[in-house]
Design a binder for this molecule. Structure first.
Ligand SMILES: *Cc1c(COP(=O)(O)O)cnc(C)c1O
Length: 421
């Protein structure tokens, strides 16, 4: 299997090359040259997520040395439960937040880490991963690469602009993970990371990678949990589910489109977004108009220019096909709050603000449908938003409290590369 850029098909690379490069030379995103036809009758146990994931990924790694290691990679990366929780005879929640940093980004970040360690195994040069973060991504990347041999991580976050618990997840590691509290904004952090790639005094002593969310090794595993969940759901209910996905940069939902492409029994894909609405507006007008992001309560979805949209548009180059492929609905902060509250008082279930976006869309537009709502984070990560709505404390899961109890290792710096490298 070869991978080509969304912007031209002139250059094709192996999956290992695509993982190392991150972005294609022409600035496009890597996509598989074609989608394989998979014979699913070989899956032995649909309840075993790591083995279902490895099975789905095999054809995507055809011809690459990593293919023979996929079972091991998936077992190490997905060492936490991924429950599909059927709460009524037709409504299920796919809980993607049982990894070390309690959000779905652990899935992609851990898979990427396992792949990169193997790709770099006999490479004498060190690898530095520089990541700018406004919250969840940096924590997932730090946790995934902690103690990985030959790889150092530098996490840059804007001082005072991430939540207390998010900051803890960025700074609690030490060892090969260095956290920098930058006196500046997220954009300053991102600028530093981009600048690092152009500095020969840095690149002459270390290889650099950004581990950001457009890397193919973060996207491919996000396809596998849709294969797994839709099949489990179909077996339980005899129906193909409508899958409702809280979306921002649409990497998670791009995984769902790819899953459907390779035969996952999905009826319909729905992108639930917050007040940032370039996607619903695009479906309505046919004009793609990225814009500055708006701050909302579901802050991990505050994206005004969703970069993985390029992959979805690549899959459906014709606008009428794209319009037929999915729907998208925007949800306000007020609706997020009332959904957290009403869900808790009606069913006892506590939702994070992102999952509440999905649940609002289900209640409003799909009340009687067979649905899977994707639960992207644990509510304890966003306790300052959730607790006032439910009038009580959110209990903190053990994975999270273990992190919160560790000491912090962090350097406060001005936005200057010489303080980082
Ligand atoms: C990143 C994130 C999202 C958005 O996912 P995308 O792949 O960017 O669409 C939703 N919820 C949570 C909790 C996240 O961390």
């Amino acid at each position: 299997m070869k991978y080509i850029s969304t912007r031209s098909n002139s250059q094709s690379v192996t999956v290992s090359e695509a993982i190392q490069k991150g972005l294609a030379d022409d600035g496009g995103l890597y996509v598989p040259e074609n989608f394989p036809v998979i014979d699913w009758s070989g899956v032995k146990n649909w309840n075993d997520f790591p083995s279902v994931a490895a099975y789905a990924l095999k054809p995507f790694f055809e011809g690459d040395p990593l293919q023979s290691e996929l079972d091991e990679i998936c077992k190490s990366a997905f060492n936490f439960p991924v429950p599909l929780d059927l709460v009524t005879d037709r409504v299920a929640f796919l809980e993607l937040f049982h990894g070390p940093t309690a959000a779905f980004k652990d899935v992609g970040a851990r898979f990427l880490a396992e792949c990169l360690v193997r790709i770099r195994k006999n490479n004498p040069r060190p690898l530095t991963i520089a990541v700018a973060t406004s919250g969840d991504t940096g924590g997932a990347v730090a946790a995934a690469f902690f103690n990985k041999p030959g790889i150092n991580v530098k996490v840059l976050f804007p001082k005072g602009r991430v939540s207390e618990r998010q900051e803890k997840q960025l700074t609690c590691w030490g060892g090969n993970i260095e956290a920098y509290s930058v006196r500046g904004t997220f954009d300053d952090c991102q600028k530093l990371v981009k600048e690092a790639f152009t500095q020969s005094w840095i690149t002459e002593y270390t290889d650099l990678s950004s581990a950001n969310s457009i890397n193919i090794a973060r996207l491919l595993p996000q396809m596998t949990y849709y294969v797994y969940a839709a099949n489990l759901y179909y077996r339980l209910t005899d129906e193909k589910p409508v899958v409702i996905i809280p979306s921002g940069n649409v990497g998670n939902s791009a995984g769902a489109f790819w899953a459907k492409q390779i035969g996952a029994p999905i009826k319909e894909i729905v992108l639930a977004v917050n007040a940032n609405r370039p996607i619903p507006d695009f479906l309505e007008t046919g004009k793609w108009e990225p814009r500055p992001s708006i701050q909302t309560l579901a802050n991990a979805m505050d994206v005004g220019n969703p970069s993985n949209m390029e992959r979805i548009r690549n899959l459906f180059p014709d606008f009428s096909d794209l319009k037929a492929a999915f729907t998208s609905f925007s949800v306000s902060d007020e609706e997020i709050k009332t959904t957290i509250k009403s869900t808790f008082f009606q069913s006892g279930m506590v939702l994070c603000p992102h999952t509440a976006v999905g649940e609002f869309v289900r209640k409003r537009w799909f009340p009687d449908a067979f649905t899977i709502v994707v639960a992207t984070a644990h509510p304890a990560k966003f306790e300052t938003i959730v607790e006032p709505e439910i009038s009580q404390k959110v209990s903190v899961p053990k994975v999270l409290s273990d992190l919160l109890n560790r000491p912090s290792f962090v350097k406060e710096i001005d936005p200057d590369l010489h303080s980082v490298f």
